[in-house]
Ligand binder design. Structure first.
Ligand code: ZN
Ligand code: ZN
Length: 125
């Protein structure tokens, strides 16, 4: 039993239940707050979008050189909002938002006086 528990805690979670269309969500598997971050790989020379993937924890282009100009240099840019044109190129990183309890503020709406569900408001650093 102890070993089972140990393995469950150290198992890395890929947060498969986090949908890509949300900015933030709690993973039902590991309980971490997950931020969906989108990245786009572009050629450093001509700027065309390159199909990106994650390799050894790094965002790299799928092809080793630009299909447009042949350059091997590339840049990775963070995009705030994904659109459907970019979605086949972009890389989705499910990043764990660190829980800092010292800076953690939460407010609960009193459910007895308000006709709504309690809302947890969280501040992100
Ligand atoms: Zn998870
Ligand atoms: Zn290029």
């Amino acid at each position: 039993m102890f070993i089972m528990e140990f393995f469950r805690k150290t198992k890395t979670c890929n947060h498969p239940k986090i949908k890509p269309d949300v900015d933030f969500a709690y993973c039902p598997d590991c309980g971490e707050l997950i931020e969906n971050r989108w990245y786009l790989v572009r050629c450093a020379c001509c700027g065309v979008k390159l199909k990106g993937l994650i390799k050894n924890g790094e965002i790299v282009p799928e092809e080793h050189f630009c299909h447009n100009c042949g350059t091997r240099e590339y840049v990775v840019e963070r995009i705030d909002k994904i659109n459907f044109i970019d979605i086949s190129y972009a890389v989705l990183v499910k990043a764990v938002v660190p829980n800092d309890y010292e800076n953690f503020t939460q407010s609960w709406v009193d459910s007895k006086t308000q006709d709504c569900k309690p809302k947890l408001l969280q501040q992100f650093r």
